[in-house]
Design a protein around this ligand. Structure first.
Ligand code: C5P
Ligand code: ZN
Length: 484
């Protein structure tokens, strides 16, 4: 923790005298929130800067950056995996992805990463350099650490950093944030901008009618209720909950403590009596985060809802709009972001209908579908996750293909249970995509790849073989270590 703060201070000192800083951010919610934090902190410190968003940091985009020649470049939520491309640039990196030098022992990375011949031209703040994993802090959280090093008064920015962490599902595994994220959370509480509480973890606490919140639940999946609106309404009416005040649907945040307790306890009983295990039932409840300065019932008050809103902007090439919302625009940009979110939901509904229509193909150990151009490459991962949950067969990982500008996008999703049995989709995606001249990676239970067109079926069969191997072997590391 202390070394993280010391490194953040080194980075702040590099930024402070810069004539101009070029801030380059990943296009997802973590990158966008991180960019907003970076920009706000630079503005407050009177440091001239520009902000841009990139789908990925590759050879081509680094060449553009070299031409722009910012006196200092600041990479947010990417850069760690591209160190080899950055030589000679004056750059600072706030990224939680696995560094390119992943095979170098942790205790030696600190020195090596500062490029022997390029002494200190690239400074990186990254939890992997402290021997931590990717999920103790997000790109936004690391940008926040630098913001705080620039000025200790910047702790109000912790709120947006928590949105970045939650959008990157860093609260998912343990049902609460952990690691450096807790320092950020404490700062946010002390600054009076964030509150953490134990509550129902389902999506939509502030804005969704309660039955809709149940209907869309997928972590945990609630038997008979998930995906079934009528059943959700009946369930809530049967336990005597008032669903409306006059003509308006109530939201979860409007319930009193007694009503909340009743619903949660009935949900737990319902799940247990329909065969869900304790581990699943437990996932109903966890720590949730509220941005207390935002109006009650607004889409920017609950961290998870805020993050989804910003992700919707990134997914539809409108990162700039999400960025403006993060910088505080609650008028035009928020309105546009909400339109993008509504469009995203429509796209998801039509995506799922399409999967239903074409059906799933099944191999020995994986199931898959090819969305062609019917599902956006930026959305096919979510569709794969929902398809897995609703397929009735969570014993097989779900593989999904969709056409992308640079080939075929692959998304892979597996249940927690398979991951516990040793499945590592990140390693499989990396290994198999490399075999086909593509690239891939991610997390054990949620990974992705980009591969050339035309080899999808062969790719699925190769994944199938590796899944089988991993799940049958005693050694879960058989295909190499993964990203986290
Ligand atoms: O796009 P999707 O949601 O399926 O991505 C799941 C995970 O896989 C993400 O963590 C993403 O960063 C990773 N991924 C990757 N390489 C790709 C595509 C996705 O590492 N080419
Ligand atoms: Zn991230």
């Amino acid at each position: 923790m202390e070394t993280m703060e010391a490194q953040a201070t080194l980075i702040a000192e590099r930024l402070r005298p810069a004539d101009r800083v070029g801030v380059y951010c990943h296009i997802d919610a973590d990158g966008i929130t991180g960019g907003a934090i970076a920009s706000e902190a630079l503005s407050r410190a009177d440091i001239a800067h520009d902000v841009s968003f990139l789908k990925k940091l590759d050879d081509a985009s680094v060449q553009v950056i070299r031409r722009e020649a910012p006196p200092v470049a600041w990479f947010v939520d990417f850069g760690a995996g591209q160190l080899h491309l950055l030589e000679g640039l004056d750059a600072v990196i706030t990224d939680h992805h696995v560094p390119t030098l992943r095979d170098i022992p942790v205790e030696r990375r600190r020195d090596l990463v500062r490029f022997a011949e390029d002494e200190d031209r690239v400074l990186m703040l990254n939890p992997h350099m402290e021997g931590e994993g990717s999920d103790v802090v997000s790109g936004a959280g690391l940008a926040y650490a630098v913001a705080k090093a620039l000025d200790p008064k910047n702790t109000d920015l912790a709120a947006v950093a928590i949105v970045g962490a939650v959008a990157d599902v860093q609260d998912q595994e343990f049902r609460r944030l952990h690691g450096f994220n807790r320092t950020i959370l404490q700062d946010g509480k002390d600054a009076g901008v964030v509150q953490a509480s134990i509550d129902l973890r389902l999506f939509g606490r502030e804005t969704r009618p309660i039955h809709k919140m149940l209907e869309y639940s997928n972590d945990p999946w609630i038997p008979r209720l998930s995906g079934n609106e009528d059943a959700c309404i009946s369930f809530l009416l049967e336990i005597g909950l008032d669903l409306k005040v006059e003509d308006t649907w109530r939201t979860w945040s409007e319930l009193d403590a007694g009503e909340k307790r009743r619903v949660v306890s009935e949900l737990a009983t319902h799940m247990l009596s329909r065969g869900s295990g304790w581990k699943e039932v437990e996932r109903l409840v966890g720590e949730v985060y509220t941005l207390v300065k935002e109006p009650v019932g607004s889409p920017t008050r609950d961290a998870k809802e805020f993050g989804t809103l910003i992700n919707a902007c990134g997914r539809y090439e409108a990162a700039e709009i999400g960025y403006r919302v993060c910088r505080g625009d609650r008028a035009e940009a928020l309105e546009q972001a909400l339109r993008l979110l509504a469009g995203h939901r429509e796209h998801l509904v039509s995506s799922l209908a399409w999967i239903e229509q074409v059906g799933l193909s099944t191999l020995d150990s994986v199931q898959y579908f090819h969305a062609q151009d019917k599902i956006r490459d930026t959305v096919v991962g979510i569709a794969a996750g929902i398809a897995l949950q609703s397929s009735g067969n969570r014993q097989m990982p779900m593989l999904a293909f969709a056409y992308a500008p640079d080939g075929v996008k692959v998304s892979a999703r597996a249940s927690r249970e398979l991951v516990a049995r040793g499945l590592d989709l990140a390693a499989i995606m990396r290994e198999v995509s490399e075999r086909f001249g593509g690239e891939g990676g991610g997390h054990h239970g949620a990974a992705g790849a980009t591969i050339p067109r035309g080899c999808e079926e062969e790719f699925a069969r190769a994944v199938d073989a590796l899944v089988k191997l991993q799940l049958s072997g005693p050694n879960p590391e058989a295909t190499g270590a993964s990203d986290r």
